[in-house]
Design a protein around this ligand. Structure first.
Ligand SMILES: [Zn+2]
Length: 423
């Protein structure tokens, strides 16, 4: 591998980080905010500049896609990489990225009264000597996921200028609204003809995520019967008390405060009411499809029991799935993860299978038929003022992507389909 253009990656990151691309949950437009289109259009132009083919932006899904054409004569299965342009629900106005050359491992005064301290964030010790990029204390940085974008462009630039790395067709996609869980759900994958793809969203070098939560939300409504309390004997039915009865039947250990790693939970978000009516809102999270179904059945079962006890129509349930773990589908295509694992090994990275305790763009893209694990973008402390990334980690991402592209040429016809494990 020749030298990767580190300055280009750094400059692109800084340029894009300064743009406010915050998404907005309450909006119904595509994308949720017009300011995201500014960056999407810049990326469309950049892909053109870097010699990609079939570059296009669609108003319908607000994704920019493009293809780095294969430089080998044999037919290699096309693969893809995806990053998102929006940033989380935190101040993104006037972002001023601060560059700290040769970071020395000490605390950093961000400004606005905030300190990035090594005691609070020991991961800083891993980036001593790096070119560290932080916020100025009053905004987020947007390394989530502009570090992914910069690393990906680094690969495109390298392949445009060098021919030493052999690769098949590589498709790139940049999309909106990941942070509000809407972007990838709209992605028209007809525009993205790949067999599998990787998101480059969060995570440390060496992380691979192919399992996320399965998620559902439920609303339970309860109707009571109000009569004057003095004359209530045998007549009053108190909706508050039925709500409590419902909650008491939920498993007491299956709660967020007792749940980590591969454990899920049921979280009662709210429980409000009076004698006449009550309403409970809850969410269900589980890594395992079977357990996820069982927990939904459990909720249904409690509703059925309460209705039998108090009379048919007192308790109603609305429950719907929010997103699904890509785990079961990716396990059927273990090569997708094993290819990334071999690339990490080649670069001497540690290999960490990380269960993601939330949802990702990969959940939606996998559901559309394209297995999509997540790799990393090399930043940390996402979604707030303590966010940081280093140029070296973004360059490492570029190296990882180039290695995946090159290994895939060797392995495509003799795939490592060793079943996936969690450790
Ligand atoms: Zn992200």
């Amino acid at each position: 591998m020749k030298t990767i253009d580190q300055d280009y990656i750094e400059n692109k990151f800084i340029e894009y980080a300064k743009l406010n691309t915050r998404s907005e949950m309450e909006s119904n437009t595509v994308p949720s905010t017009a300011r995201q289109v500014v960056l999407l259009k810049k990326l469309e132009q950049e892909l053109d500049n870097l010699g990609l083919k079939d570059v296009s932006y669609s108003d319908k899904d607000a994704y920019v896609v493009g293809r780095i054409p294969s430089n080998v004569t044999e037919k290699i299965t096309p693969i893809g990489f995806v990053a998102h342009v929006d940033t989380a629900d935190f101040n993104a106005e006037n972002i001023k990225p601060q560059i700290h050359h040769h970071y020395d491992g000490t605390d950093i005064d961000l400004g606005h009264g905030y300190t990035l301290s090594t005691e609070e964030f020991p991961s800083l010790k891993k980036v001593i000597g790096h070119t560290l990029i932080t916020t100025s204390g009053d905004t987020l940085l947007g390394a989530d996921d502009k570090a992914g974008i910069a690393g990906l462009l680094g690969m495109a630039k390298y392949l445009n200028e060098n021919s030493d790395i052999k690769h098949g067709d590589l498709w790139l996609a940049f999309g909106p609204d990941e942070e509000i869980g809407k972007g990838a759900a709209r992605f028209d994958v007809e525009r993205f003809p790949v067999e599998f793809t990787y998101t480059l969203d969060n995570g440390n070098p060496g992380d691979i995520t192919y399992e996320t939560f399965n998620a559902a939300s439920a609303r339970i409504k309860i109707k009571g019967t109000v009569v004057h309390p003095g004359e209530a004997y045998g007549l009053m039915v108190n909706a508050n008390l039925i709500a409590n009865e419902f909650i008491n039947q939920l498993p007491s250990d299956f709660v967020p405060e007792k749940s980590k790693d591969y454990q899920g939970f049921i979280l009662v978000l709210s429980n409000e009411g009076n004698v006449d009516h009550a309403q409970i809102d809850l969410i269900i999270r589980s890594f395992d499809t079977g357990d996820f179904k069982a927990k939904k059945e459990l909720v249904k079962g409690i509703v059925t029991k309460l209705n039998a006890k108090y009379g048919k129509k007192r308790v109603t349930l609305e429950m719907h799935d929010q997103y699904h773990s890509p785990g079961d589908k990716i396990k059927k295509h273990p090569y997708v993860v094993n290819l990334a694992k071999h690339a990490y090994e080649k670069l001497g990275l540690p290999i960490n299978y990380v269960p993601f305790r939330g949802g990702t763009d990969g959940d939606f893209i996998t559901e559309k038929g394209i297995p999509t694990p997540n790799l990393f973008n090399g930043g940390a402390n996402f979604h707030g003022r303590f966010e940081y990334v280093t140029v070296e980690n973004m360059v490492l991402l570029t190296k990882t992507l180039l290695t995946i592209a090159s290994l895939h040429v060797d392995l495509d016809k003799k795939r490592d389909n060793t079943p996936l494990r969690r450790k």
